[in-house]
Design a protein around this ligand. Structure first.
Ligand code: ZN
Length: 74
């Protein structure tokens, strides 16, 4: 199973969990994410990494825009 490619917006370290969910990011690519990061779309950004290491191979990308709609409408 691939490793989760998510990390917290305010942190630069990679998530240590297994990525058993697939989520599409804002630029259209699909990333493996753990259950926590697949749910936390408001605070999660994703990136490409060098294999299973903590070395980032790309800039951070936000998760898909349609998952960021407001929770309620005035
Ligand atoms: Zn994760």
């Amino acid at each position: 199973m691939p490793r989760c490619e998510g990390h917290y917006t305010l942190e630069t370290s990679r998530c240590p969990n297994e990525g058993d969910h697939e989520m599409k990011a804002a630029e259209g690519d699909v990333y493996p994410l753990c259950e926590y990061h697949a749910d936390a779309v408001w605070t999660t950004t994703v990136a490409r990494w060098h294999g299973e290491t903590d070395l980032r191979a790309s800039a951070s990308v936000e998760l898909q825009a349609q998952a960021r709609e407001p929770a309620f409408v005035w």
